[in-house]
Design a protein around this ligand. Structure first.
Ligand SMILES: CC(C)(COP(=O)(O)OP(=O)(O)OC[C@H]1O[C@@H](n2cnc3c(N)ncnc32)[C@H](O)[C@@H]1OP(=O)(O)O)[C@@H](O)C(=O)NCCC(=O)NCCS
Length: 196
């Protein structure tokens, strides 16, 4: 199978993410395009979507992944808080860290390798851009995501217990960007850069 990946520039990419998030009934807090632009503007970022054809031939976005750089100098409260939580577990000094902010695959297309293909493309981009490590945050209760990150060889770097409900505990994972990770890549893909 060949995966079809589109890499978007900020404004159009934000609209695409807003659109695809509408298909994720399980997440009540969907991101708006404005919120996405506000987060990504002015920082190194990557917006990727995988497309696939419906039975009638219509091509639709089925999977997405958005990452951006985080630094110890963050001032936006959510990101500053993230860095504080991570800094004893991820080495920031002299290294570039890519944070996988949001991502997912529409239910009917899960288990078909779309998210692996996006992850591998993100890793290639991260290497090209000189990143050293990719970090991601999830929760104990997101079993599909935890299983997937395990298959994609992300390692747990921190576990933050939620005293009231362990299912809500936060799990932070990371993957070092080393040249050998590319040798483990498996997805055949075409990548299109979408420019406005
Ligand atoms: C997690 C998610 C993105 C996986 O997407 P996907 O397109 O189905 O993933 P892929 O088919 O590319 O699978 C990638 C790898 O993960 C494995 N995998 C996928 N779903 C899995 C699951 N539910 N349990 C265990 N492993 C799983 C696959 O076997 C594959 O490994 P392999 O290539 O070694 O065989 C998708 O299930 C999803 O969107 N879930 C809801 C999103 C979510 O939970 N978000 C939480 C907020 S962090």
């Amino acid at each position: 199978m060949e995966y079809h990946i589109h890499q978007y520039e900020l404004e159009q990419g934000a609209l695409e993410i807003q659109y695809i998030e509408e298909f994720f009934g399980e997440f009540p807090r969907k991101k708006t395009a404005t919120e996405i632009v506000r987060r990504l503007e002015g920082r190194a970022h990557l917006i990727l979507l995988a497309h696939a054809a419906l039975t009638d031939g219509t091509v639709v976005p089925v999977s997405f992944k958005v990452g951006h750089e985080i630094k110890t100098s963050e001032t936006e409260p959510k990101l500053a808080d993230l860095v504080v939580r991570l800094r004893d577990h991820v080495q920031f000094d002299g290294r570039r860290i890519l944070y996988t902010w949001i991502g997912g695959t529409r239910r009917d297309w899960r288990g078909q390798g779309h998210f692996r293909a996006l992850t591998e493309q993100q890793e290639l981009w991260a290497i090209e851009q000189g990143f050293d490590e990719i970090v991601v945050k999830t929760k104990n209760k997101f079993y599909e995501m935890r299983g997937t990150l395990d298959h994609l060889h992300f390692e747990v770097v921190k576990y933050e217990r939620n005293a009231a409900d362990n299912a809500e505990s936060k799990v932070y994972l990371s993957k070092k960007i080393l040249p050998e990770i590319v040798r483990r890549h498996r997805s055949a893909k075409t990548v299109v850069q979408v420019t406005a």
